[in-house]
Ligand binder design. Structure first.
Ligand SMILES: *Cc1c(COP(=O)(O)O)cnc(C)c1O
Length: 453
């Protein structure tokens, strides 16, 4: 009998996160202050983020302890299972072995609580009483609402108004966990009021929601900080708990991945699974491919430029060295809302530049088809974001079939899609469309960037 699931006991849960910066041949360039163009200082960041998170952001230590209080909350859903996708293998008729790490089992339904919990904890430990953040589709907002609850923090989420109205379920999750969720623009902040004055029916944007959340933190330095769900080094660090578990589970399965795959928005679930495997490549010289999968409609890794750009669309954050389409790039309205981001984190960008990881872009009709195949074969309905990783795994498995080689594929199932069924409805109705931006469209927003590099 083939073992289907490889499960760790709670005692086997990792007690440290892995900081890949310690092992990179070229470390990422420093983030720059937007006005001075000098590397940002710790002091400049303390008004926005908790101090321990800033230390982690800048750390070059190889391993960082996971606080006991964080481990305790992780145990609500961790360790997560590693699953052999035998059903999918059969459906594809492939000689390849396919495994996935199931991060969809968290209370919020995605990998995001892996960083929301430590972010809430470090803020709480510093005496912060309120967290602010923005959310587009609501995945990050619900994760931080869940995490803040455990430390008695007030959580304020600014949710882009169109999503607030069109997608009530994640808002209701946030409210169930006790967070306040405001449609952005709101009348709570100066940036929100200004937008409402210009246009009372303003549908909102992620940039505006960020402005509101950051403004709240800056106005209440005594008890409020802002937090972010992807892109930054400390976020990627926290997510490595995924890969640390998976390394042990692959050993239990007596398997070594030839290719490790993750879908790519800002880089956190991709990094979380792949960095502990990349350590084997960097330190032990193990051969393997590591593939980030982005939507064809938002192709920063495969068609973007390596340049300093803002981490956010509003231009508030420091300038980060990254592969980017330019922060003014308007990704089309694909269903994988979590992948509609113009850039990539600094660490992943440097790894891509150094050819230590690779990237591919897939259109959403192919990814949703793979998602439906997976749901039928494995039972779990994947998040539209995660279907990108599944589609890439299917491409690899079919290539293995053509070449008649039995390779081992590992991908991250970053979340489930039970509150994103609209994407499936559209696909099943044949109404889903693909969009690939033209070269001129990408050049336009890339050319708007200041050339710092
Ligand atoms: C937010 C999200 C993503 C994209 O973010 P990354 O930081 O790139 O991981 C992917 N999958 C799911 C389910 C998400 O919620």
């Amino acid at each position: 009998m083939n073992t289907k699931k490889f499960c760790l006991t709670e005692r086997q849960m990792p007690t440290q996160w892995y900081n890949i910066v310690a092992d990179m041949p070229h470390r990422p360039l420093p983030p720059l202050h937007p006005a001075t163009r000098q590397p940002v200082t710790r002091e400049q960041m303390t008004a926005i983020f908790a101090e321990e998170l800033i230390d982690q952001e800048m750390s070059v230590e190889r391993f960082i302890d996971i606080p006991e209080e964080v481990q305790e909350i992780y145990r609500i859903w961790r360790p997560t299972p590693l699953v052999r996708a035998t059903g999918l293998e059969k459906a594809l008729g492939t000689p390849a072995r396919i495994y996935f790490k199931n991060e969809s089992v968290s209370p919020a339904g995605s990998h995001k609580p892996n960083t929301a919990v430590p972010q809430a904890y470090y803020n709480y430990k510093q005496g912060i009483r309120r967290l602010t953040t923005e959310t587009g589709a609501g995945q990050w907002g619900s994760a931080i609402a869940f995490a803040g609850r455990h430390f008695g923090l007030d959580v304020e989420v600014y949710m882009v108004k169109v999503s607030y109205e069109q997608k009530p379920y994640r808002r209701l999750m946030m409210q169930t966990w006790g967070a306040q969720c405001f449609p952005s623009p709101s009348s709570r902040t100066a940036s929100g009021r200004a937008a409402l004055k210009r246009d009372p029916d303003c549908p909102g944007s992620l940039g505006l929601a960020i402005s509101e959340a950051v403004e709240m933190a800056l106005q209440h330095p005594e008890d409020t900080r802002y937090c972010l769900g992807s892109v930054l080094n400390h976020v990627l660090l926290h997510q490595t708990v995924i890969g640390e578990e998976a390394v042990v589970q692959m050993e239990m399965a007596d398997a070594e991945p030839d290719v490790v795959i993750g879908c790519f928005g800002g880089g956190s679930n991709f990094a979380g699974l792949s960095f502990p495997f990349l350590r084997k490549k960097l330190v032990e010289g193990k051969q393997m491919r590591v593939v980030a999968v982005e939507p064809a409609s938002c192709p920063k890794l495969t068609r973007g430029t390596f340049q300093y750009d803002f981490g956010d669309v509003a231009g508030f954050t420091p300038l980060i060295p990254m592969y980017t389409l330019g922060h003014d790039f308007q990704p089309s309205e694909i269903h994988a809302g979590g992948l509609r981001y113009h850039g990539a984190g600094a660490i992943v960008s440097q790894l891509l530049k150094d050819s230590l990881v690779e990237a591919c872009a897939i259109p959403q009709t192919e990814t949703l088809a793979a998602g439906i195949l997976f749901a039928k074969a494995e039972g779990i309905i994947p998040a539209p974001e995660s279907t990108h990783a599944i589609a890439a795994a299917c491409r690899e498995a079919l290539r293995a079939k053509e070449e008649g080689c039995a390779k081992t594929i590992l991908f991250n199932l970053s979340g489930n899609g039970v509150i994103d069924l609209y994407a499936y409805e559209q696909y099943l109705a044949g109404a889903l469309k693909d969009y690939t931006p033209g070269d001129d469209e990408i050049r336009r927003t890339v050319d708007m960037l200041d050339r710092i590099l």
